[in-house]
Design a protein around this ligand. Structure first.
Ligand SMILES: O=C(NC1CCCCC1)[C@H](C1CCCCC1)n1c(-c2ccc(-c3ccccc3)s2)nc2ccccc21
Length: 233
């Protein structure tokens, strides 16, 4: 069995990413807000647009700290952010949903999300994803690096130099693979399962425009930033 070890350079890379990931968190805890009260579809939609707008800003700051990202072509940087923002939002939502909470809180949170105004047909794929992320019991290093890997996906629309993106992503994948072996020595295929979640995430994110357009209310208002990111209006 090969001796897996994270070298000094990879440890520095991981530290940079985890620090950035922890530094750039959503200021207000949406789970706490949802647990406090049951809101109308209109209030929930407004809450989502506020959370999403703030999360995109946080995502930009996080991405700037991914070693090598700022050396990419400027337009490719934008294409990667635009192409991964929705996936990052669902990944973050899954992590928020899977956080250890006092008994019964997760059930209340699930109920609040189920009744938030999102049409029922999206609930099954969404919660299947949330639960599959929860079952992985990812450590925060894995969560941070998985988010970086999602952003550094070479085949996003309009990326001019996918090879440059692929090189960065491969560096991240190598660190994540080693981390998985070290953190989950019993589970041979843990790394493969983790990457399989990214496929589920991409599929789930395909529905986002429809989810928003069919939110149970009239007159959906978006901020200019979200119109850019969400392909709506
Ligand atoms: O606030 C939220 N998520 C924050 C985003 C930024 C990062 C932190 C989390 C929303 C709320 C849902 C209920 C109504 C208010 C908003 N949320 C979702 C989403 C369901 C659908 C979502 C979506 C995204 C893009 C496009 C179309 C649809 S996000 N799943 C959650 C699971 C647990 C806690 C909150 C959760």
């Amino acid at each position: 069995k090969e001796k897996v070890e994270i070298n000094r350079e990879q440890r520095a890379l991981m530290k940079a990413i985890v620090d950035a990931y922890n530094r750039h968190q959503i200021p207000q805890d949406v789970a706490k807000k949802l647990l406090q009260d049951q809101y109308s579809p209109e209030e929930n939609f407004l809450l989502l647009t506020e959370m999403a707008t703030s999360q995109v800003q946080v995502l930009v700051e996080f991405t700037k700290n991914i070693p090598g990202f700022l050396s990419l072509d400027r337009e490719d940087q934008i294409a990667l952010l635009k192409g991964s923002a929705v996936e990052a939002m669902f990944l973050r939502s899954a992590q928020v949903f899977s956080r250890k909470m006092p008994t019964g809180h997760t059930d209340v949170l699930e109920e609040r999300v189920r009744k938030s105004g999102i049409p029922d047909e999206f609930m099954t794929p969404m919660f299947n994803f949330y639960k599959s992320i929860g079952e992985l019991h990812m450590v925060q290093e894995e969560q941070a690096i998985l988010t970086a890997i999602t952003i550094l996906t070479p085949d996003r629309p309009y990326v001019k130099d996918p090879q440059a993106v692929e090189r960065l992503q491969e560096t991240m994948l190598d660190v994540l693979r080693k981390l998985c072996v070290l953190q989950h020595p019993q589970e041979q295929q843990y790394f493969a399962r983790l990457l399989g979640r990214l496929t589920e995430l991409r599929t789930l994110s395909h529905y986002h425009s429809e989810m928003l357009a069919s939110w149970r209310m009239n007159d959906h208002k978006f901020t200019p930033l979200l119109c850019e990111i969400w392909d709506v209006q």
